[in-house]
Write a protein that binds this ligand. Structure first.
Ligand code: P6P
Length: 339
């Protein structure tokens, strides 16, 4: 019998990608090159995020600095960094970004066969209080090999993603990525070397995490079903590990990453104020739904599988529930009034 595959922990992101260890659906050089461009952008952005307080790049309140210069907002810096990295090798035709009203075309060469969806710096209101923020990305194949890209290339269900993931600028910088078929893998950045090293191979969401993550401040606006679920998770019941502990940072990448590693459930349901939910389908919900399902979890709106939603608008919002299979299934039972 074959000896167990030696763990590949410690190899770099580039090696892992180039050696096709992620089970790509497209083992083309262009696809691996595109993934490495995302890795490069993550290095450049983390460098800027770590110096934001010093470099006088403020978070959501871009101001003028002592020289009277308009200080660029960090999320705009992140967006420009991603666009220039993705545009460098000519494999990405266009990018749909939370920062851009319309997609940015990067190449009209028909050989540029991919498009990227991204939230370059999600949670930017947390920058000025030094709370973790993140970059979210997804890669799609253009619907056909023609010059440039159209909205139709982006308005596709998330199940058509070729790869998706995120970068968390937390106590360390970690890039988590999956191609959907070869597992979910975490790479931690070593700034002394300037490389991402595999640190979490084949992440699987634990069951029974005993954690839930939701903005309780919205409870006055929730539906009766969400309120009943919220009361249930807080009841004393040793047999089912309740009450669950509440953990909520208010930064999607941080809250979702903790849920992925520790288990439990993250929810941003629709409410009276955000009647279609708050989070964006294309570049927030879909990439995380893709990661959670690849890690053995589930991702729904509370009633519908997120990856099956047919988008109609680039920036449309959607209710989001991410977590372990049992926790998400239980949440859905409450939404259907079965509990
Ligand atoms: P609330 C940050 O602004 C964000 O877009 C996500 O990162 C986060 O999950 C959510 O909004 C937090 O929203 O309404 O709880 O402050």
């Amino acid at each position: 019998t074959q000896p167990p595959a030696a763990s590949r922990v410690g190899i770099t992101l580039e090696t892992y990608i180039l050696d096709g260890m992620m089970g790509f659906p497209e083992a083309t050089g262009a696809f691996t090159s595109l993934l490495n461009q995302i890795g490069l952008a993550a290095k450049l952005i983390t460098s800027k995020v770590r110096r934001a307080g010093l470099a006088n790049i403020l978070g959501y309140t871009g101001e003028t600095n002592v020289q009277g210069e308009q200080v660029q907002k960090l999320d705009e810096v992140a967006n420009e960094t991603l666009l220039s990295s993705l545009g460098r090798r000519g494999h990405c035709a266009a990018v749909a970004s939370e920062e851009l009203e319309e997609p940015r075309v990067l190449s009209t060469d028909p050989r540029a066969r991919y498009v990227v969806v991204t939230d370059p710096l999600d949670g930017s209101s947390n920058i000025d209080v030094n709370i973790s923020i993140g970059t979210i990305f997804g890669i799609l194949r253009k619907k056909e090999d023609r010059a440039g890209a159209e909205a139709a290339d982006f308005l596709r269900p998330g199940r058509e993603l070729l790869a998706a993931g995120y970068v968390l600028y937390g106590s360390s910088t970690m890039l988590v990525i999956t191609t959907g078929v070869g597992g979910v893998h975490g790479f931690t950045y070593d700034p002394t070397v300037g490389e991402f090293f595999l640190s979490h191979e084949n992440i699987r969401i634990p069951s029974g995490g005993g954690l839930y993550s939701i903005n309780e401040g919205n409870s006055g606006r929730w539906t009766e079903e969400v309120r009943r679920w919220n009361a249930w998770v807080k009841e004393e019941d040793k047999g089912t590990g309740r009450p669950y502990a509440c953990r909520y940072v208010g930064s999607l990448v941080a809250d979702a990453h903790r849920t992925l590693l520790k288990g439990g459930l993250f929810a941003y349901p629709a409410d009276r104020k955000n009647q279609r939910g708050k989070l964006r389908l294309l570049y927030e919900a879909n990439p995380f739904a893709f990661v959670f399902e690849a890690a053995g979890g589930r991702a729904t709106t509370g009633s519908e599988r997120i990856l099956d939603i047919e988008p109609t608008e680039l920036h449309q919002r959607v209710p989001v529930v991410l977590g372990g299979t049992e926790e998400v299934t239980l949440f859905e039972e409450f939404m259907r009034g079965k509990r």
